[in-house]
Design a protein around this ligand. Structure first.
Ligand code: BMA
Length: 330
């Protein structure tokens, strides 16, 4: 057991070794993308989605943009984490009295197990983009909780355990549109209803232009002996619009508002056709990981070009060594 990742082993984790001669610390699955156009009868594109190991197999909450162009969340299940059975109907959210509590739109879900409960965060209509929060214990009944953060905000991501007795959430204050700015902040809560003790975690900008316009937390942070491993997206602005890449940081275990290391360069950027051509070109947008603590293997699930679901791989010790020796914290 390597014990770098503080977590459980996942022997059935999908894995491919790094191709010979590749310098990069993150490499793509050779059969990408795993989900393409028109994945369900009413769905046009499934991307920016969250997956989790569950009862020997895998479950997911998928962002599906429908043919009316509105995004909603759909439940999915898989035996191998590659071939996904996506529910044609969106999740039937209820309130805590069991009454229907539908979302008007919902996108970019993250999924996390905290103690014995599974929580989903997403970008919700308040009205206006805000952080929606829901829970399930069985992936059959999905209950909406109070929205965590008021408008305008996106990229709400819960840590997988309480820190010093408090729930912790990362988010990215934004505007009501396509937001040309944004830093990652952190908020604490005793009860997942009232949030406060806000802290600034990481700024965009700086001289590393790939993350100059805005940044946002990606998958649920991974607890490691070296700190919380955070994969995040960084955005640059070009003549043809935004380009979304992926970076990584290590946050202090006890005080995750403290950035220990942060990659100077991106570790994944749109290069492949499924990343550079699609509904929104030039987007890689990580939303989930599957982890095997035994081997330190990490499978990263990311949305590509707001069209496809794709997978990339990395190994935790290699990635941490890379972050530490290529770090620039600002
Ligand atoms: C962001 C979010 C993401 C999307 C990205 C690129 O604002 O809406 O869902 O992947 O834009 O279009």
């Amino acid at each position: 057991m390597r014990e770098t990742i503080i977590g459980t082993s996942l022997p059935n984790l999908l894995w491919e070794n790094k191709p010979e001669g590749l310098h990069e610390v993150v490499w793509r699955y050779s059969k990408n993308p795993i989900i393409g156009w028109n994945p369900t009868p009413s769905g046009a594109r499934a991307f920016n989605s969250a997956v989790l190991a569950y009862k020997g197999a895998f479950v997911g909450i998928f962002r599906i943009d429908h043919k009316n162009s509105r995004p909603l969340l759909h439940y999915g299940s898989s035996e191998d984490a590659i071939n996904w059975k996506l529910e044609p109907e969106d999740i039937n959210w209820v309130d805590d009295n069991g009454k229907p509590a539908p979302t008007s739109y919902a996108y970019d879900p993250r999924l996390v197990k905290i103690e014995d409960t599974y929580y989903t965060t997403w970008c919700d209509d308040f009205p206006g983009p805000s952080i929606g929060l829901g829970m399930t214990r069985d992936f059959k009944t999905f209950t909406r909780l109070e929205n965590a953060i008021m408008p305008f905000n996106r990229n709400g991501v819960l840590f997988p355990r309480k820190i010093k007795g408090l729930y912790v959430m990362l988010s990215r204050p934004s505007d009501s549109g396509h937001t040309p700015f944004g830093d990652i902040i952190l908020s604490y809560s005793h009860d997942l209803t009232f949030w406060g003790k806000h802290r600034h975690v990481m700024a965009s900008g700086g001289k590393n232009w790939w993350q100059a316009t805005k940044i946002g937390a990606g998958p649920v942070p991974i607890e490691t002996r070296e700190g919380w491993l955070l994969l995040y997206h960084g955005v640059t602005t070009t003549c043809n619009g935004f380009v979304y890449s992926m970076g990584a940081a290590l946050l202090d275990l006890d005080d995750p508002s403290k950035v220990l290391y942060r990659t100077r360069d991106y570790i994944l950027t749109p290069e492949k056709q499924y990343e550079t051509v699609g509904f929104v070109p030039n987007v890689v947008f990580p939303c989930a990981t599957l982890l095997d603590a035994e081997t330190g293997r990490i499978a990263i699930y990311y949305g590509a070009a707001d069209t496809y679901t794709a997978i990339a791989f990395t190994q935790v010790d290699e990635l941490i060594a890379h972050i530490k020796s290529n770090s620039e914290v600002f």
